[in-house]
Write a protein that binds this ligand. Structure first.
Ligand SMILES: [Zn+2]
Ligand SMILES: [Zn+2]
Length: 180
C-alpha cells in the first residue's frame, strides 16, 4: 500500500500501486469525467448539448425531434440538390413514363408540398406564372429528357394534341418552343 492524493478532492488515500488509481472513490472519478465533457450548441433550437469527447460528434442535437426537424433538404448529408434522375438498370434514358426524367422538389407547391415532381413542368410554371393543368403535356424537342432548358420544351394543351402532332397521320413534329 502506498499513500496517494486524489486528483479531484485532493484527499489522501491508500491503494496498491498496481491498481493505478487516481481518485479516492467512484464519485470523484465521475465528477472529473463529467468536467472533461465538451459542449456544443444544438443546431436546431440553440440548447447546449454535452457530449463525451470519445464520441467525436460534429453535429449536435438535444433530441431526436430536433435532429429530424433540422436534417432536411440541404442540411442532410444525403441531399443531392433536389434533382432525381431515374435511369433504367441497362442505362436507358428513353421516353418511358417513369424513367429518364429529371424530377425536383418544390417547396409549397399546391399539387404537393415537397414531393418530387417533373422539373420541366415546375420550370414552365415558374416562367408563365400559372399552374399547368394535369392534362397539359410537356414535350422535349431534342429528345433529351434531361435537357430542361425552356427553348427545348414544348407545351401541348392535351394528350390528344400531342399524339396528333407526333404519331398522327398528318403529323407535324414541333421544332420550336411555344413557351413565351
Ligand atoms: Zn476524491
Ligand atoms: Zn435542440
Amino acid at each position: 500500500m502506498v499513500s496517494l492524493f486524489c486528483k479531484q478532492c485532493h484527499k489522501q488515500f491508500f491503494a496498491y500501486p498496481s491498481h493505478k488509481r487516481q481518485y479516492c472513490r467512484n464519485l470523484c472519478a465521475n465528477i472529473a469525467r463529467r468536467e472533461h465533457r465538451k459542449k456544443l450548441v444544438c443546431l436546431n433550437c440553440g440548447n447546449i448539448v454535452e457530449y463525451n469527447p470519445s464520441h467525436r460528434t460534429k453535429l449536435a442535437y438535444c433530441s431526436k425531434i430536433c435532429q429530424y426537424s433540422h436534417m432536411k433538404l440541404n442540411n442532410s448529408p444525403a441531399w443531392k440538390g433536389g434533382i432525381r434522375i431515374i435511369t433504367q438498370p441497362n442505362g436507358n434514358q428513353h421516353l418511358h413514363w417513369a424513367t429518364g426524367y429529371s424530377q425536383t422538389k418544390y417547396k409549397g407547391h399546391p399539387y404537393g408540398h415537397l414531393i418530387y415532381k417533373s422539373r420541366a413542368r415546375i420550370l414552365i410554371e415558374c416562367h408563365i406564372e400559372r399552374l399547368l393543368k394535369r392534362t397539359e403535356i410537356v414535350w422535349h424537342l431534342n429528345g433529351d429528357t434531361l435537357d430542361d432548358r425552356l427553348q427545348n420544351l414544348y407545351l401541348f394543351p392535351s394528350i390528344a394534341a400531342k399524339n396528333k402532332a407526333i404519331f398522327g397521320f398528318h403529323y407535324d413534329m414541333p421544332t420550336k418552343s411555344n413557351i413565351p
